[in-house]
Design a protein. Sequence first.
Length: 372
Amino acid sequence: MKNVPSDISGFTALDPWWRTGVPTCILCSGNGIDDILRKIKQEDVQAFFLVDSVLEKQPLFAPLFIEQSKMLFNASASEPRTDDVDQIVEFLRSRDSLPDVIVGVGGGSTMDLAKAVGICLANPGKARDYQGYGMDLKKGPPVWVLPTLNGTGAEITPIAVLRGPEKKLGINHPYAAPAVAVIDPRLSSGVKPFNRFFTMMDCYFHHYEIVKSKTSSADAVQDARDGLKLATEVLDSGVQEYNVENAIKSAMASILGGSSTIGGRVGAVHAISYGLSNSAPGLPHSIAVTISMLALQELYPDGYEDTVRFLEGSGLSMPKASEYGIGEGEIEKMTSVALGMEKLWQSCFGEGWEGKASRTFVYDIYKRIVNG
């Protein structure tokens, strides 16, 4: 891993630090809001903004709220649902003309919502019809993103993760990838320490699982190793207070999380987390994956030890599923959801994964989680 810059001027001068080819134009910026508004004006496009509503209270983002063509999304209340996508698509289709560009401003949830809206504007079905892999879809208007929370990797991945009526699953398609990502580490300065910590935990898990994966490409694994180092440094240093050096490391780790996901795949932690998330709509993904890792000590011993160290070092207690209303009655359903994540179990165990990720094996994991 090359030297990591300690200031914004060094960040904006960086050459690509990822190996895996990505479809997104990544622009390292020292003034992301001005840069994205300038790009809209220069390219003379009609943009529709999807903006995390929490940003309305932060003066830094005031120029975005002057824009007339926008909609706010309360990412704190829920991750994006298929119904959210359908409602926005219906609204945009009811206008005199469709936007030339969809601009997503916020964390992973808001960026995923923007990506899903872009895809669904060009296709006739409901968003839930496109959850899955390998579908024949038309390309929608380009999506540009301005991440305000570093670590999700959503700014470059061809995946728009949605909660559907039956499952939490992404629209996984090359057309879902953002066309442009403007990366400004300063924009995360207003993030609450709790959110900053657990988003970086999710970033750590992405990298950790891809490093351990049996199916990921060599470039993806190397990107994940670099990202794992950066995420670990940030989490070990403490994230209670914003500082620009950690923000730069987090932004770089997030891009590596996206690039490694393009050439690689996560494993058991994410498979288990999907069952938890499906049973508790109010459970943030970043906390769901943390709960999952804490139940997988035998499978991922070093990941478990790191997770405990990060939590203790930040003065945080171990999150529990019971805090989100998940109990014994959810175990069967969660087991079925997790077992449906076949590609993730294959990534974890490789050939013959079916004999290892048995129903009993997964059920027992959830039993430990519920009783923990």
